[in-house]
Unconditional design. Structure first.
Length: 139
């Protein structure tokens, strides 16, 4: 069995944003040489997310509004976590909603997606460098 590991790095200039990383994961798959197996893609930071959905700007806009309604950034003093001097309690909650990771089947050397599926990096406390782990195993 083959095993492959790579870190993808991101530095979004905004507090919240979504980046389609499907092409980068496909490149990792090509580098791995795996034809049948699994790809794990996970955010290595507790204020970021990896998820699968449609690459449609309206949906991404709606995610931003929805997440801000569920866990608004302001007022920062409404969160106990921020009593420690942080201002990112909302980012932790947004990550919890959007998820930490995805696992995608690999079939015949390709990511085995359903219609419209793409992999995204979700950032909820940006403006600093963060990473995503891609781990691929299989034959």
């Amino acid at each position: 069995m083959k095993s492959y590991r790579k870190e993808l790095w991101f530095d979004l200039p905004t507090r919240m944003g979504f980046v389609c990383i499907t092409a980068q994961v496909r490149q990792c798959l090509a580098e791995s040489g795996v034809r049948e197996g699994l790809a794990l893609v996970n955010a290595m930071h507790i204020t970021a997310s990896v998820f699968i959905n449609d690459d449609e700007p309206g949906l991404h806009h709606d995610y931003g509004l929805w997440l801000e309604q569920l866990a608004p950034h302001q007022p920062v003093d409404s969160y106990r976590h921020n009593d420690s001097g942080e201002d990112n309690a909302d980012a932790h909650m947004k990550r919890q909603l959007m998820g930490r990771e995805v696992v995608v089947a690999i079939t015949e050397g390709k990511l085995d997606f359903g219609p419209w599926e793409q992999i995204f990096y979700g950032e909820f406390d940006g403006r600093r460098r963060k990473r995503v782990l891609v781990k691929i195993i299989g034959e």
